[in-house]
Design a protein around this ligand. Structure first.
Ligand code: 6PG
Length: 240
């Protein structure tokens, strides 16, 4: 199906857990595209949905198909909680994936959103980010947010690459997040979403008029989307 900007729709729909396996394999492919040039940078999403995808990347056979010693890991957003909090996006990825793969500790770039000077933390993280991420994993909220860019957010016009927010509608209110230029620069984007509560927003994101200020996840339209049938149920013309 033709798509605005000449991009093909890249939507995969399967029941879980198959959809997570498909997403994990796609991420392996995108990581290896970077690794074939020497190294790979990947930014991980928080939230619950990617957890099984990360677990598959850490398990056989995929774990042996990625040279994690040459991978650098970043995050799309982080909540202002310490790294050991159950709400830490870093903590989730560490427990499920990073503690199980041979990624060098110096290659793990945690967002330090718990710092008192969160603006300084944002500036520091901007300096760590590569010019373009090889792989950017994103989630989507039922309101259309992605990373911690929420609908109507002034961050939609932000030119700095990392920003602090203190008024997130999804708790906790204080967070660090990448901004639209980072999504625009990413070489490959993957969106993973499941559940009927996201069906409407996914249909608006992919089939609706382009209005990323209202629907920040539209910044990821050109990405590869991995959906379960419930999340894809309101989309037009998807072969399920
Ligand atoms: C966060 C996120 C956020 C998340 C979506 C989807 O820190 O909360 O990174 O953008 O990806 O809200 O979350 P779920 O996967 O839990 O639905």
């Amino acid at each position: 199906m033709a798509y605005p900007h000449g991009h093909e729709r890249n939507i995969f729909v399967r029941e879980p857990p198959e959809i997570f396996g498909l997403a994990a394999k796609w991420i392996r492919g995108a990581m290896n595209t970077g690794l074939n040039q020497g190294s790979c940078s990947i930014a991980l999403a928080g939230g619950n949905t990617p957890r099984p995808v990360y677990a598959l990347l850490a398990a056989q056979p995929l774990v042996e198909q990625i040279d994690w010693t040459r991978v650098s890991v970043y995050w799309g957003d982080e909540r202002a909680v310490p790294p050991d909090s159950p709400d830490s996006n870093y903590g989730m990825a560490r427990d499920v994936l990073l503690s199980k793969v041979p990624v060098p500790a110096a290659h793990i770039h945690r967002m330090e959103a718990e710092r008192a000077d969160i603006e300084a933390a944002a500036r520091d993280y901007d300096r760590q980010l590569p010019e373009a991420l090889d792989v950017l994993v994103l989630g989507v909220g039922p309101d259309g947010h992605t990373a911690s860019i929420f609908p109507g957010s002034p961050l939609m016009k932000e030119t700095r690459r990392v920003a602090a927010i203190t008024d997130s509608p999804k708790p906790p209110p204080r967070r660090l997040t990448i901004t639209p230029p980072v999504i625009a620069a990413a070489r490959a984007i993957v969106v993973v979403a499941t559940g009927a509560d996201k069906a409407k927003v996914i249909a608006r994101a992919l089939d609706g008029p382009e209005h990323p200020l209202e629907l920040p996840i539209q910044l990821a339209r050109r990405g590869a989307w991995f959906l379960d049938p419930a999340a894809a149920s309101a989309l037009r013309g998807v072969n399920q």
